[in-house]
Design a binder for this molecule. Structure first.
Ligand code: NAD
Ligand code: GLY
Length: 361
């Protein structure tokens, strides 16, 4: 098992990465301070993994909330069902919540923990690659509102993150690739050596080789933990760099209707669009654009924008991005592999050209 730390003074916490961790009663118990534990999961993940956790938590008073599966259930109503369960079963402030699932379950559980009786401890047990390398680390929690994704939430750090890579064995291929998109992102924005390692090891990663997965997750979490330690509340601009490709990607997700493309797929295409724009501005070499495109393609990810969204619609959708400041669109762009920056200083016509670009394929 590998351990690393998210360094946030009194809110610091460990991330454990290894195999068989759901069965490790000692590890799970170590971070539960009171006498009760409530597992929050969904109807897909719970039948596969809840028994292991239940067994490991044998000495605690325990219970569970099983939510429906899907982004459409990341709502205040799901949150409410957690509060209702906790109140009806008289779970007090000494209770620890454990989120068992992907990013949807992790975000909802984190916010339930942040708000129940003004805050109770919680543990992240992410079971998708995306949640293991991104959403379980860093304390962004919340639910969607009908008027906007992730609009109700809080920064609230977990007591620990337990990443059992064995859980990835049951993850569908498409979800694995969506997670790899965020892994590649760390290489592109700040870790060129890791990008090179991914070029050398993509086939092993796709075949779910345990050692390769373990290193990819470790390096991703090290990158994320470092960014979060420097800019926990996203005020200095460093954490915003994690959003490479996301402005284009959110436009694709919204434009096509949520659920058609997975988040990681839209981010993959968005990263190539950001690379294309950076190249048009003369900041990124064509060789670097090719390397980015090729690696994402090898991971079975889309790299060309959907034909259904034309340049005008892209502009419309991108203008509501959270990074718009004083009416100016700010984008994460690249000056090399490993060098990202947030800027509003780009030629608008170059952006329009990129939005209009379509590959012949
Ligand atoms: P998800 O939680 O919807 O999981 C994807 C699918 O995989 C679901 O159907 C789920 O039930 C299933 N699943 C999960 N683990 C499985 C396993 N081991 N075996 C088989 N099936 C499994 O999606 P996700 O990609 O994990 O997370 C996306 C969510 O994360 C979005 O809501 C996004 O907003 C959020 N997010 C949050 C942050 C953050 O910093 N908090 C960062 C990135 C994304
Ligand atoms: N996923 C972006 C962040 O955690 O800031």
């Amino acid at each position: 098992m590998k351990t690393l730390e998210v360094k946030l003074d009194s809110r610091s916490y460990p991330i454990y990465i290894g195999q068989g961790l759901l069965q490790n009663a000692e590890l799970l118990s170590k971070h539960i301070t009171g006498s009760s534990a409530v597992v929050v999961s969904n109807e897909t993940v719970a039948p596969i993994y809840h028994d292991s956790i239940r067994h490991s938590l044998g000495k605690f008073r325990q219970s569970q909330v099983i939510l429906k599966d899907g982004e459409q259930y990341k709502t205040p109503a799901s949150l409410d069902s957690i509060y209702t369960h906790l109140l009806e079963s008289r779970f007090d402030r000494g209770t620890t919540l454990l989120s068992l699932g992907g990013g949807v379950i992790g975000d909802i559980t984190g916010y339930a923990a942040a708000s129940y009786q003004r805050g109770i401890p919680f543990i992240q047990i992410p079971t998708t690659l995306l949640s293991q390398v991104d959403s379980s680390v860093g304390g962004k929690t919340g639910v969607n509102h009908p008027l906007g994704k992730n609009m109700i939430g809080a920064f609230y750090q977990p007591k620990c993150v337990i990443i059992d890579i064995d859980t990835l064995n049951t993850l569908p291929d498409r979800e694995l690739s969506a997670g790899i998109s965020e892994v590649i992102k760390y290489g592109i924005i700040r870790d060129p050596a890791f990008f090179g390692w991914l070029e050398d090891n993509m086939d092993k990663l796709l075949s779910r080789d345990a050692e390769t997965l373990s290193y990819a997750i470790l390096r991703s979490c090290e990158n994320k933990a470092d960014v979060v330690a420097r800019d926990e509340l996203e005020v200095t601009g460093q954490r915003a760099l994690l959003n490479l490709g996301h402005t284009f990607g959110h436009a694709i997700e919204t434009g096509l209707g949520y659920g058609k493309w997975l988040h990681g797929e839209a981010v993959s295409c968005g990263m190539v669009m950001a690379a294309n724009l950076s190249h048009k501005l003369g900041w990124l070499t064509s060789n670097d654009v090719k390397r980015i495109r090729k690696l994402l393609t090898r991971a079975h990810l889309p790299v060309d924008p959907p034909r259904e969204i034309n340049e005008r619609r892209f502009m419309e959708l991108m203008s509501v991005d959270k990074k718009v400041l004083d009416g100016q669109l700010r984008l994460i762009l690249l000056s090399g592999i490993g060098k990202a920056l947030m800027t509003s200083d780009f030629d608008l016509q170059a952006l329009r050209d990129v939005l209009a670009m379509r590959n012949a394929a």
